[in-house]
Write a protein that binds this ligand. Structure first.
Ligand code: HEM
Length: 516
């Protein structure tokens, strides 16, 4: 019989001690904390393989149907609690926002790919706070009059472009949303052909893909981040992504500097921001990301919501006719385009906008919020660092929250009997849904998003009829509106009448090619 090596008993003892220590730690953890129930996972990976890599909404909704208002999943060693009702989102992310507003770590997507400077991923702390303050100063409601003239001109161009090339409606939506934010931030209008915008959309897509739970091993298994430098195989890929995104931002800043030098740049946020001595304190990368994050967050989001409203219009003309009748009553039949000043007289159109945000939330499981200290709630005890996801899709499509939730039904925001809304919430963009997030992390740009969508949707609906291809019906549960390289679905936009055509040409033609 071969004898065991002399160190075997010591090694066995060490392994036994390690196992015991782990069991003890788990026992202590279970004694101290209590989490909502959830699906059983596998060792080390937890529920990682159960959560779909993309389009997690339907999965999260099915879990909510099974487990109720909260359920827990493990993504490797990270604990995620899903909040599945407005009640619990409100109780935790809103009312206890001071401790539920951080973000989990993303060693790849945030630290390497974004140099730690993409605001939406920054932990709750002084750096995030200073950037958020700057964003708020540009995007708050008081600044609405600064945005309004740009939204006006860009949405006139939008209807004009759709008239000329209806099959490119999705590109025109992109240009509209991007050009509004570029006008305010960089004092410049954008064209559909701009190569840097294409690159911006590419880098945003890359970022959103990297953000999905489980997309990058090191964002899930933090221990990999402790490997010695040469063994971090993902670093090079992340650094290349960082180079790509910063080169997009740098190009805009360089172009801005040239236009300032040549006296071709109107006053805009970036000119003030770059001249401000406080900006220097932020450092070069953070300065670039502050400007770039506005381009990124401001462009994709409004166009995705507009695409969803177009899908809803093509699949159900009933509500479109009502919206058109309301606008015809105020603006006349092809009399003039709806204006912001008409909004108070167009409640149905505001309800359409709100329903557009609720109907199929594109941030399906929101953006993770992280708890920064232990907390107790209704018998549960959550440890610090628990990640909280608000189940935006699940809540929006829950029958307990909304009557006939799958239906695009603007009336739900107008008729208190449908689901008991107070009508005063109609003009409050955040009320009644969670598509803009919650608490201190709530979308900073929600006023701009709301007004972008209102004016663009009002003008499109006033000017066009929408229909789907009967042989290729739109699947509204799988809209893929994140795609920017091709139309997310097939839809026909037809001008309502010759008079509408004349109106669009009269008001839209002159704004084409206008530069500031
Ligand atoms: C049009 C529809 C829009 C939707 C549905 C939307 C949705 C969201 C969501 C879900 C979040 C995460 C909130 C959270 O973690 O609780 C967010 C964050 C953010 N949004 Fe929006 N957004 C929209 C438009 C905009 C616009 C137009 C801008 C800027 C011009 C913008 C700028 C931002 C920024 C900077 C953040 C990061 C906030 C932070 O982490 O503190 N968004 N948005």
């Amino acid at each position: 019989m071969s004898s065991l090596p002399s160190y075997a008993p010591t090694a066995l003892l060490a392994v036994a001690i390690l196992i015991l220590a782990k069991l003890w730690a788990r026992h202590q953890y279970n004694k101290k904390y209590r989490l909502p129930p959830g699906p059983k996972g596998v060792p080390y990976f937890g529920n990682m393989f159960q959560m779909p890599p993309f389009h997690q909404g339907p999965w999260a909704k099915s879990m909510a149907d099974k487990y109720g208002e909260m359920f827990t999943v493990k993504i490797a060693s990270n604990t995620w609690v899903f909040l599945n009702s407005s009640r619990v989102v409100n109780d935790l992310l809103e009312k206890r926002s001071a401790i539920y507003s951080s973000r989990p770590r993303w060693p790849f997507t945030s630290d390497v790919m974004s140099g730690g400077c993409r605001m939406v991923m920054q932990p709750y702390g002084p750096q995030w706070r200073s950037i958020r303050k700057i964003m708020h100063s540009i995007l708050n409601l008081k600044n609405a009059p600064t945005f309004a003239p740009f939204q006006d001109i860009e949405s006139k161009q939008l209807v004009y472009e759709v008239l000329q090339k209806p099959e490119d409606w999705w590109k025109s939506n992109q240009r509209f949303a991007n050009s509004v934010v570029m006008s305010v931030v960089f004092g410049k209008r954008m064209s559909k052909e701009d190569q840097n915008v294409e690159r911006l959309f590419d880098t945003s897509r890359e970022f959103l893909a990297a953000l999905q739970p489980g997309a990058n091993l090191v964002d899930t298994f933090y221990v990999l981040d402790r490997l010695p430098g040469p063994l971090k195989w993902w670093r090079k890929r992340g650094e290349e992504a960082f180079e790509r995104v910063t080169s997009v931002y740098k190009k805009e800043v360089e172009d801005l500097k040239i236009r300032i030098k040549e006296g071709r740049c109107p006053p805009c946020f970036a000119t003030k921001f770059l001249e401000d001595p406080e900006t220097e304190k932020l450092g070069k990368t953070q300065t670039l990301f502050a400007l770039g994050s506005l381009m990124e967050a401001g462009s994709d989001t409004s166009r995705m919501t507009l695409s969803q409203i177009i899908a809803a219009a093509a699949t159900d003309s009933r509500w479109v006719k009502k919206a058109q009748a309301e606008m015809d009553g105020v603006c006349g039949y092809a009399g003039r385009l709806p204006e912001f000043g008409d909004r108070k007289n167009l409640p149905y159109m505001s309800a359409v906008t709100k329903e557009g945000f609720r109907w199929r939330p594109f941030a399906e499981i929101g953006m993770p919020h992280m708890l920064i200290k232990d907390d107790e709630y209704e018998g549960y005890r959550f440890p610090a660092n628990t990640v909280f996801a608000w189940n935006s899709w699940g809540i929006a499509l829950d029958e307990k929250e909304h009557s006939d939730p799958l239906k695009f039904w603007p009336e739900r925001w107008l008729d208190a009997e449908i689901e008991g809304n107070e009508l005063k919430t109609l003009e409050e963009p955040l009320a009644g849904h969670w598509s803009f997030g919650a608490g201190r992390r709530v979308c900073t740009g929600y006023h701009v998003g709301d007004t972008n969508v209102w004016i663009a949707a009002a003008r499109l609906l006033y000017c066009f009829d929408f229909s789907e291809n009967p042989n290729k019906k739109i699947d509204t549960m799988n809209l893929a509106v994140g795609e920017h390289r091709w139309a997310p679905f097939e839809v026909k936009l037809k001008v309502r009448s010759e008079k509408h055509r004349e109106l669009i040409e009269r008001v839209g033609g002159p704004v084409i090619g206008v530069q500031y």
